[in-house]
Structures are given as structure tokens and as C-alpha cells.
Design a protein. Sequence first.
Lengths: 124, 154
Amino acid sequence: MVENQAAALAFYTDTLGFKKSKDIPVGEFRWLTVVSPEGYPDVELVLEPNANPAAKAFQEAMFKQGIPLAAFEVDNIEAEANRLRIHGVKFTMDPKQLGPVKLAIFSDTCGNLIQMYQQSEKRA
Amino acid sequence: MIHPELLGRLCRARDLLRNWEDEPLSISAVARTSGLTRFHFIRLFKAVFGETPHQYRLQAQIEKAKHLLILTHFSITEICMGVGFSSLGSFSALFSRRVGMPPSEFRRLYGCESAALERQLPSSLIPGCLSLMAGILDKEQFSRRHSPDDADSV
């Protein structure tokens, strides 16, 4: 859920590296999705407006608690974190080993915390 | 890295920006409540929330005005003053720029008796995944939802 769909599209494509998939105007809002260029093309992330008061309350509460609303796997978390920091992205958790995964949490500038993680050993 | 405690203070500052009643708003005062200098506060706020405290405040005022336009019968001047603007001209100009139409047009389009009675926004302004898709599937129904008389239909 995002505060401003245009700003969200810019962040998720220019900064995070997703590719725009669907962009269909629906009244006041857009059905806006992005996909990972390295992932399954039929798994899409919807950048949904948070204009529903219930959605906004949920989103703000989760943010306050420091809980991410989505998680994405990366191959090299340290390199990704450094790349994002150069773009000015703020982390609420720097890459940290927790059991079998290394994970980090950052703010997506749209009202959400997002987690990324790297598996220590890639399964064959 | 932003410590969880600082993240909490930034969230409280955001609430304060949204709910600030005494005009004019002092960004420095809000910054002090989160224990940061004005400069550091503005930079950090923008990096975390994507817009400056001032931009966030303006958007919050516009959102409040949208609700009042739909849910109350206050005049546009009263709403302008009520959300903290002192000039009707600058309020209308900002509203038009951010919403895409002037306040009077917004009220004409979305305001209706049932919304005011139920104190609930019309469904066309409350998105949800499935209702968004339903809008695509049923264009005719969607355009009907835009007429003020039918704005409360699902």
C-alpha cells in the first residue's frame, strides 16, 4: 500500500530495480503493478493506494512497530544495501545474520518498511 | 541506520504534523519534539517518508479538506480556515494542483446527502484490490459511480 502511486512507481523501478507491468487507470486511482526482472514474470507486486482509511491505519501501525509489509530475496544483501544507501534509502535494520538468513529492513518512502533477505546457503 | 526509538519519534512527529492545530505550524517545534535539529529532521523525514514535513503537512490539510467537503455543509471558506489556511486563493490553488480540480468541483462531484448522513466517504474514493478490478470489468457501473446521486452505490 502506497501513499502516492506515481512516487511509488518511481521508487520501485528507479531505486529498487523492478519493472513496470500493468498500469491501468481506474477512476481516481491506478491498477499499478511491478515485476522483478529476475523473478517469475507472473508474480506481480501491486502498488495499491492507501486511500482506504482502514488500510492507512493498518499501514501506519505496522510502520510504527517496525514491521515490514513485504520481503524480497536478493543474491548479495551487502551489495544491495550499499547500492540503496547511495540512493539515500534509510535502513531500520542493517544486514544482520539471523539463523539461516541475513536480512535487512528499509523504508520505501511510501509509508512501508520492506525487508530483503539472503539465504546463507543456496539450496541445490 | 535508524534506531527503532528514533523511528518511533519520527512517526509521532508525522502524527503531530497532521494534527497540528495552532497556526502557523512551526517545523522547528516539531523537530524539537523528535530531538533533532530542524535541518536534520527535514532531511531524515524526507528520506524515510518520501516528502518534506512541509509537503506532508500540506497533503494532510488537503485530505482533511476533502473529507469536510464531502461530509459537511460548511462553506469552502470555512473549510479553508478550518484546516489552517488563511487565504482562500492559496488554498484553492493548492487544492486544484494536488487534486486536479477546485474544491467546489470536488464537492459537486463527490458530495451527497447520504455520505454526509452516514459520515462515510463515497466508495469511489475508497480503493480496495477487488473493487479496483471490478471497476475495470464494469465500466458502465464505474462511470455511474461518478455521478453524485449514485456515489454511495457499491
